[in-house]
Design a protein around this ligand. Structure first.
Ligand code: IMP
Length: 192
C-alpha cells in the first residue's frame, strides 16, 4: 500500500486531511515515527506550510502533505492568524484563548473572520505544490458547540446560523478551508 505522511501533530487536522485523502494511501502520522514539529519561523501561512512539508520530507522517502492554518479576525488586524495555535498555548487552552478573543470582540462592530488553510504537498525529488483555501464567516458572541477542535466553537460560516462546533465532524470536513484547499490540490495532483 502507498504511504503518505500527514505532517501535523494536531489530531483534528490529521483526522480531516486523512478523511480527504484517497483510501489507497496508508496515512502516517509524525507522532508514530517520533518526528518532532519544526519551528514556524515564517510570517505567512504559505511560508510556514512549505517549511513544514520540507521539514517532514527529510524524514521519509514517500509523499508528505502539511498545512498551516488559522483564524483571521478582521477587526483584530487579522489576529490570531498564523499565531492561532500559539495563542492557545499562551493562554493555556483553546477555551481560554476563545474567551480572550470574545472579550476583545465585545466592543467591535465588525465580526467578520476567515479560516485560512495553506496546504502543501511534496513528492520526493519533486517541487512543492502549494494551494490556499479560505472560508468566510463571523465570530459568534459565545462559545457554542462541542463537536470540532480549536476555534470551531466561535466560528459561524457564512450562510449558516451555527458554529463549526455545532456541525457534525463529517459535514464540517466537507466544507471548511482545508477541504477547499484540498479540492484545489486534487486538481493538480490527481492521485490524491
Ligand atoms: P498550525 O497550523 O499548526 O500553526 O495551527 C493552526 C491552528 O489554527 C490550530 O491549532 C487551530 O487552533 C486553528 N485551526 C486551524 N484550522 C482549524 C479548524 O478547522 N478549526 C478550528 N481551529 C482551526
Amino acid at each position: 500500500m502507498k504511504k503518505i505522511l500527514i505532517g501535523t501533530h494536531n489530531k483534528g487536522k490529521f483526522r480531516e486531511i486523512a478523511y480527504l485523502l484517497s483510501k489507497k494511501y496508508k496515512k502516517i502520522s509524525p507522532i508514530s515515527l517520533k518526528i518532532p514539529s519544526p519551528k514556524e519561523t515564517s510570517k505567512s501561512f504559505s511560508g510556514n506550510s512549505k517549511l513544514k512539508v520540507n521539514f517532514f520530507s527529510k524524514f521519509v522517502k514517500y509523499p508528505v502533505i502539511s498545512d498551516d492554518s488559522g483564524l483571521c479576525i478582521k477587526s483584530l488586524n487579522n489576529m490570531p492568524g498564523i499565531y492561532s495555535s500559539r495563542l492557545a498555548k499562551k493562554h493555556g487552552s483553546f477555551t481560554k484563548a476563545m474567551i480572550y478573543i470574545l472579550k476583545k470582540m465585545k466592543i467591535k462592530k465588525n465580526r467578520s473572520a476567515t479560516f485560512v488553510c495553506s496546504l502543501s504537498y511534496k513528492h520526493p525529488k519533486k517541487k512543492i505544490v502549494n494551494v490556499t483555501g479560505i472560508i468566510k464567516g463571523t465570530i459568534s458572541s459565545k462559545i457554542i458547540g462541542k463537536k470540532g477542535f480549536g476555534y470551531d466553537p466561535i466560528f459561524i460560516p457564512r450562510n449558516y446560523n451555527k458554529t463549526f462546533g455545532q456541525f457534525s465532524k463529517v459535514r464540517k470536513m466537507k466544507m471548511d478551508h482545508r477541504f477547499l484547499a484540498f479540492k484545489k490540490l486534487k486538481k493538480k495532483i490527481k492521485t490524491l
